[in-house]
Design a protein around this ligand. Structure first.
Ligand code: ADP
Ligand code: ASP
Ligand code: MG
Length: 437
């Protein structure tokens, strides 16, 4: 059971988690995110320190510390556990204050980011202790590892986690941190923003769990982005493929990589609402339930690159050479379309853009469009649904489309548009594809 930021962000929510876990008959591993707002605050603190703005960093640390003091005062009633919680706060905020005095490094910034999940889990365990609930804290930094390419090492995660669980054979309530891990250099690292979902799925896979429940602040995967579109509805059932496409193409409710571990080990995933536990939510399994369009999602901050070359005409090996450039800079390509003399592709990682463009020069002329968005329409076998294209383009007739990707996956049709049209296109698709206004 994974609980996200808003699900642990208030003392009463932590109380609620205990009542949800207590209903379970099976042994349960609870994966916690940081309290809502904490990781953002830690990012801000890291940024201030990186810019050597110690005054701003100190102010942000003090503000966060005050927030946590108010939190524990409300969470705990017993003077002994309250004083224990205050010692935990002292330890972690002392660490942040020490960091202020030493020179900044990338590794240190990861240490700063890890404080959120370390704090939420320790405070939650203090609350369990106050309630007299038997439990064990499984430190994620002792089992969650990534390799030199930032890929989780499921084999060793399995071994280390089962060793830890073996030390607590009599217990059935376990708590661990989402998001944080150790990298190939042994340093503290993380699974990128929103990574607690990924932790939960990896843990579920590693222990061959009966189910992986993602508890959040909404009643499942909705048919459209509720942050952008007013009327959206939960989708009852999704296949792993559909859920993976939605997560990858921008449905924030799931970390982009969070489906593959559960899918590989065939573990059902449920998306549930902590604030409304009786709501059905979304069930994600091998089986899609029904055919047809299920949801649309949007992925922001996309860069489109067009490479034009007459040498591409009737040539073979051209695409391989282009792909090799992206491989060299470990920059994934999301969408690709080709014509006889040009290829357009998209990336979302701008770090090596300059180097990539330089290395593409010998292949032809390049054009770059920033501020693009990928709109993905996802559903089981939709590319085989006869009227889908008519319906899709009929809904968005007045919006210019830069690229179309159809048939790459039978579950996804993607469009590339200028980001400024995102809101309008999601709204129009809501009406045209789902009849919702
Ligand atoms: P948590 O802190 O629990 O991990 P997140 O904020 O990461 O929660 O994810 C839940 C949020 O995802 C929702 O509040 C909602 O605004 C957003 N979201 C974006 N797209 C979707 C979608 N298609 N269905 C449901 N939620 C979505
Ligand atoms: N706390 C981390 C974040 O805000 C991880 C997570 O919430 O999943 O990105
Ligand atoms: Mg999240």
């Amino acid at each position: 059971m994974k609980f996200g930021g808003t699900s642990v962000g208030k003392p009463e929510r932590m109380h609620q988690i205990v009542s949800l876990v207590s209903r379970e008959k099976e042994p349960t591993i609870v994966v916690l995110s940081a309290l809502s707002g904490t990781t953002n605050a830690l990012v801000e603190i890291g940024d201030h320190i990186a810019k050597s703005d110690r005054t701003a960093a100190k102010l942000a640390i003090d503000k966060l510390e005050a927030h946590y003091h108010a939190f524990v005062e409300e969470l705990l009633k017993n003077p002994a556990t309250l004083s224990k919680a205050k010692n935990i706060l002292a330890e972690h905020f002392e660490f942040l204050n020490i960091i202020l005095k030493i020179s900044f490094s990338e590794a240190l910034s990861k240490d700063i980011l890890a404080q959120g999940e370390l704090l939420s889990t320790k405070l939650f365990c203090t609350y369990l202790e106050e309630q007299g609930i038997e439990h064990a804290l499984l430190p994620a930094l002792e089992f969650m590892t990534i390799d030199a390419y930032d890929e989780p090492q499921i084999g060793s995660i399995k071994i280390r986690l089962s060793q830890l669980l073996n030390q607590h054979k009599e217990k059935k309530f376990f708590v661990t941190q989402g998001y944080i891990c150790r990298n190939s250099r042994g340093e503290v690292d993380n699974l990128k923003r929103g990574g607690s979902d990924y932790s939960a799925s990896l843990i579920a896979a590693a222990i061959n769990a009966t189910v992986c429940e993602i508890w959040t602040d909404i009643d499942g995967m909705h048919n459209n982005d509720p942050r952008v579109v007013k009327r959206t509805l939960p989708v009852e059932q999704l296949s792993f493929d559909e859920a993976a496409e939605l997560a990858y193409f921008g449905a924030k409710i799931l970390h982009p990589a969070s489906i593959w571990p559960a899918q590989t080990y065939k573990i059902p995933v449920k998306l549930l609402n902590t604030m409304q536990p009786s709501a059905k939510g979304t069930l994600i399994t091998q089986d899609a339930g029904s055919v047809g369009v299920k949801a649309v999602a949007a992925k922001d901050n996309i860069i489109a690159i067009r490479i034009k070359s007459s040498r591409m005409l009737l040539a073979y090996g051209f695409l391989r050479k282009i792909f090799e450039v992206f491989e060299k800079y470990r920059t994934p390509i999301d969408m690709i379309t080709t014509s006889e003399v040009a290829v357009s592709l998209t990336i979302d990682n701008p770090i090596f853009l300059k180097e990539i463009l330089k290395e593409l020069e010998p292949f032809g002329s390049t054009e770059v469009d920033h501020n693009q968005a990928i709109i993905s329409v996802v559903g089981n076998e939709i590319s085989q649904t006869t009227d889908i294209v008519k319906k899709l383009f009929g809904s968005i007739m007045n919006i210019p489309v830069r690229m179309v990707s159809y048939g790459g996956s039978p579950h996804n049709i993607s469009l590339l548009i200028a980001a400024e049209h995102k809101g309008r296109i999601l709204q129009q698709l809501n009406k045209g594809m789902f009849g919702l206004e």
